[in-house]
Unconditional design. Structure first.
Length: 311
C-alpha cells in the first residue's frame, strides 16, 4: 500500500492506494478540513490524526511510502517549509515536515516520505491514469482556492524551456490589473457576484445553485471564460500544447463555462483540446502516489530557489 496525500489550503485528503492495481475505492479516502492559519501544533496534530487513521487498517510492513502533494512554495526535496507562504501555513515556516511525520508515525527510515507540488501531481495523475494519457505535450490546470498549473512533457512536469513560464507556474503571471491567481480562483467569483448583487457567497458551488439571478450568473461565467481564454491562449500556443485538462472545484461548474472557453480559444486561433478531469481529486492522489517509484522520482525536476531559513 501507498498513502497518497493531498494537502491544500483548507484540507488534507489521504488515500490508501494499492501499489499493484492503483485503485482508490472511496472507502479508502479520508478527508478533513484544516485551518491553515492555526498554530503549528494544531495543524500538525490534525495531519497526523488523518494519516494515522488511514494507516490503522493496514500492516505497517506493507506500507511502501507516504507521498504528499503540497502547494508551494515549499522545499519538496527536503520536506521543509523553507519559504513563507502567503495567507496559509505561516506558522509552519522553518519546520521539517518530513522528519515530523516520520517521528510521529514511528516510521522506519526505509519508508520514503516524499513531497511534490500539488498542481504537478494533478498533471502526473492525469497523464498516468486520466485524460492526458500518452499525450506528449500537455498542461494540467487546477481552478479552486488558487490557480495551479503544470506543463508536462510525456508525463513529466517541466520547469523551463520554450513556452514554459518560470518554474512552470502561471498563478503569478501578470494579467489585467493584477496576477492570474486573482482572476482564476474562487475569490474572483465571490468578488464579482458581490459587486453585481451585494450578496455574499462562499464559492462557485453557491453560485451555480443561485436561482434568483441566473442572468447575472451567466454573465459572470461568460466573463470568466473570456478572461481564461485570453490568458491561456498565448501559453497554449507558445508551448505547442496538444491537450489541457482542468480540475479543481471550479471545474465542477464545467457546463457553465467550458463551451464558451472553447469558443473563445478558437476565436484567438488556439485549437488545443480541452478536457474536464474525470479523476478529480483522485488525480492528485494518484500523482502523489507515483512518487514512491524510485525511477520515476529521480526523473523529476525541482525548483532551484534557495532556502530562506538559516541552517
Amino acid at each position: 500500500m501507498i498513502l497518497g496525500v493531498d494537502i491544500g489550503g483548507s484540507h488534507i485528503t489521504v488515500a490508501r492506494i494499492d501499489s499493484q492495481s492503483h485503485n482508490i475505492p472511496d472507502s479508502n479516502i479520508i478527508s478533513s478540513s484544516i485551518n491553515s492559519t492555526a498554530q503549528a501544533s494544531k495543524i500538525i496534530d490534525q495531519w497526523i490524526h488523518v494519516l494515522q487513521k488511514s494507516m490503522d487498517p493496514i500492516d505497517k510492513e506493507s506500507l511502501e511510502g507516504i507521498c504528499i502533494a503540497m502547494p508551494g512554495p515549499f522545499d519538496y526535496q527536503q520536506g521543509i517549509f523553507a519559504y513563507k507562504m502567503e495567507h496559509k501555513y505561516t506558522a509552519l515556516y522553518g519546520l521539517n515536515i518530513k522528519e515530523i511525520i516520520t517521528k510521529r508515525l514511528a516510521l522506519s527510515k526505509s519508508i520514503p516520505v516524499r513531497f511534490y507540488n500539488d498542481a504537478a501531481c494533478f498533471g502526473i495523475g492525469e497523464f498516468w491514469k486520466g485524460k492526458l494519457k500518452s499525450i506528449e505535450k500537455t498542461i494540467g490546470i487546477t481552478l479552486g482556492t488558487g490557480f495551479g498549473a503544470t506543463f508536462l512533457s510525456n508525463g513529466l512536469p517541466i520547469l523551463t524551456g520554450k513556452g514554459v513560464p518560470e518554474n512552470g507556474e502561471l498563478y503569478n503571471i501578470v494579467f489585467k490589473e493584477g496576477i492570474a491567481d486573482e482572476y482564476f480562483s474562487t475569490r474572483w467569483f465571490i468578488k464579482k457576484y458581490y459587486e453585481k448583487t451585494g450578496v455574499s457567497i462562499n464559492g462557485v458551488k453557491d453560485l451555480i445553485h443561485v436561482t434568483a439571478s441566473k442572468i447575472i450568473v451567466n454573465e459572470i461565467f461568460k466573463k470568466f471564460s473570456l478572461n481564461l481564454a485570453t490568458f491561456l491562449s498565448p501559453w497554449l500556443k507558445g508551448y505547442d500544447t496538444d491537450a489541457i485538462v482542468i480540475g479543481g472545484n471550479i471545474a465542477k461548474a464545467w457546463d457553465f463555462f467550458a463551451e464558451d472557453l472553447q469558443k473563445e480559444l478558437e476565436n484567438q486561433g488556439c485549437f488545443t483540446k480541452i478536457y474536464q478531469s474525470d479523476l478529480r481529486e483522485k488525480a492528485i492522489l494518484l500523482g502523489s502516489a507515483r512518487l514512491v517509484d524510485e525511477i520515476f522520482y529521480k526523473k523529476l525536476h525541482f525548483q532551484s530557489k534557495k532556502t530562506e531559513i538559516p541552517n
